[in-house]
Design a protein around this ligand. Structure first.
Ligand code: NAP
Length: 501
């Protein structure tokens, strides 16, 4: 198999600088506390464009004093919000959904600017993100309870669900809109108040959505946004404050474990959406063209920076060569550019650190015998470009098989049969998503049951859906977001025993 070299630029100028300036002038940069965007107690910090390292704007920087102010307001707001009729709560979320869709182009452009992602990915994310508000607007009115008879017949058991209180939410930079709405939508539908700490790389999307929430009639204090570049002290203060009833975190497994240890001090209720290292299994009876289409979505959505990204491709012997040749062709044809250019299909990674981490995994695999079928040299900066890469003959002991590669790299391993694919897949400490391609439904379901992950794409490269329970097993997390289950993460069950009547 011949190898193909892909060139990536060091830096790409923003082709939409006038539109950018106009857009940024409308986006708040303060902390959202109550109904105002205010200055923070730390020095403001920069938000930059990953395509060229240029500063887009400065934002307010929250410290512990700002958290205290947000908590004081949230306590009052939460009490009122919990007593607000579920229908009214749902209508605020529904209105936010409508306004997000009406402002989809601006939100997509903003996200593309601060995160780097392509406009196609950003637009898809705005729709996906807004849908969480629509979904949870419908769930707000379905919070139920039950009445049961005790087996002895002597008493009745009444159960009902109550909001858990103030939720402290931490989100990552890779889906700045969807990770916000998946948490805030569920929390507000349940009658909780939310204090959000967005990723320091991408605070603008969270601020823009919060402005929309206020326009939609959200009760001031039910959503606070505290961006900071010093997350440690702020989070420690939140976790140790008795007014906080919930931690919901999305991010890396390493930070998640550290937060779980801290949350254990108060036995704080936690939801954890952590890292993944999804296997993509192509069996010998698969429709290869469909598998390639699915692989391009599962691998390349967001330039490979997705927790559900297919990283490890286990392809059965008979399907292997055709799959690798076609995957390399599609990866090599991607057009590199600035995320906001409409014809870009491969945008920069989020920052220089990400370029370094992906590069290390690729170099390690090559040093252990992998062949680079498509690839090249990452940009030295200031842009954060990494070439689309397909690695063949990857050895089972290469780090890329056991560690999450957060970038446009597909590692392909030839396997003898489904048992071997399952054995290597399940060896991972992660268990978020997995993908299986086969024309035999019984075989697909058998492999699905044996694969140790929380979500499976069976002949499909996309699993994310607001109406489905999103989450992982093993070290990929605790709890589920979205679906009927998502609201339960913000509710507690109370049970009342009463004598027979
Ligand atoms: P990360 O480094 O763990 O950061 C996630 C969030 O945690 C950010 O807001 C970050 O703030 C914050 N954080 C960092 N250090 C902290 C500390 N000491 N105390 C409190 N908060 C802290 O992860 P990332 O690089 O942003 O995101 C990529 C990871 O997220 C990947 O592993 C990916 O698989 C995972 N992810 C999982 C899901 C899922 O649903 N399972 C979805 C998306 C992403 P700063 O920005 O200030 O560092």
């Amino acid at each position: 198999m011949t190898s193909q070299v892909m060139q990536v630029p060091d830096s790409v100028a923003n082709p939409n600088s006038d539109a950018t300036a106009k857009l940024l002038s409308k986006v708040p940069t303060g902390l959202l506390i109550g109904d105002k965007f205010v200055v923070g107690s730390n020095e403001p910090f920069n938000v930059t464009d990953p395509a060229n390292g240029e500063v887009l704007t400065k934002v307010a920087n929250a410290g512990v004093a700002d958290l205290q102010k947000a908590l004081d307001i949230a306590v009052v707001a939460q009490e009122k919000w919990a007593k607000t009729a579920p229908r009214v709560r749902g209508e605020v979320l529904r209105k936010t959904y409508e306004l997000m869709i009406a402002q989809a182009d601006d939100l997509a452009m903003l996200m593309s600017l601060e995160n780097g992602k392509t406009l196609v990915d950003a637009k898809a994310e705005v729709t996906y993100a807004a849908e969480f508000f629509r979904w949870f607007s419908e769930e707000a009115v379905r919070i139920d309870g039950s009445i049961r008879n005790a087996p002895s017949g002597a008493n009745r058991i009444l159960t009902y669900k109550q909001p858990i209180g103030i939720a402290f939410l931490i989100t990552p930079w890779n889906f700045p809109a969807a990770m916000y709405t998946r948490k805030v939508g569920a929390a507000l539908a349940a009658g909780c108040a939310a204090i959000l700490k967005p990723a320091s790389e991408t605070p603008l999307t969270a601020l823009a959505i919060s402005k929309i929430m206020l326009e939609a009639g959200a009760l001031p204090g039910t959503v606070s946004v505290l961006q900071t570049n010093q997350p440690g002290p702020l989070t420690d203060a939140a976790l140790s404050d008795e007014r906080v009833g919930k931690l919901s975190f999305t991010g890396s497994t390493g930070i998640g474990k550290m937060l779980l240890k801290k949350a254990a001090e108060r036995v704080l209720n936690c939801s954890m959406e952590l890292g993944g290292n999804a296997p993509f299994i192509v069996l010998d009876d698969a429709d290869i063209d469909a598998a390639i289409d699915g692989a391009m979505i599962a691998k390349m959505r967001n330039g490979g920076q997705a927790c559900t990204a297919a990283n490890r491709f286990f392809v059965q012997e008979k399907a292997h060569d055709e799959f690798v040749t076609k995957l390399a062709q599609r990866m090599g044809a991607l057009k590199v550019g600035h995320g906001t250019s409409t014809d870009t299909s491969l945008a920069p990674l989020v920052n220089r650190k990400a370029v370094g981490s992906v590069g290390e995994l690729v170099n390690d695999a090559i040093s252990k015998g992998a062949t680079q079928i498509v690839g090249g040299t990452p940009s030295p900066g200031p842009g954060c470009y990494f070439p689309a890469t397909v690695l063949g003959n990857v050895s089972a002991d290469a780090k890329i098989i056991s560690e999450e590669v957060f970038g446009p790299v597909a590692a392909v391993v030839k396997v003898k049969d489904e048992a071997e694919a399952l054995k290597i897949s399940n060896k991972s400490e992660y268990g978020l998503a997995g993908y299986i391609y086969t024309k035999d439904l019984a075989r697909g379901l058998r492999v699905s049951e044996a694969l140790q992950v929380g979500m499976i794409g069976l002949n499909r490269g996309l699993v994310s859906d607001p109406s489905a329970p999103f989450g992982g097993v093993k070290q990929s997390g605790l709890g589920r977001e979205g679906g009927y289950e998502g609201i339960d993460e913000y509710l507690e069950i109370k049970y009342v025993a009463t004598n027979d009547f």
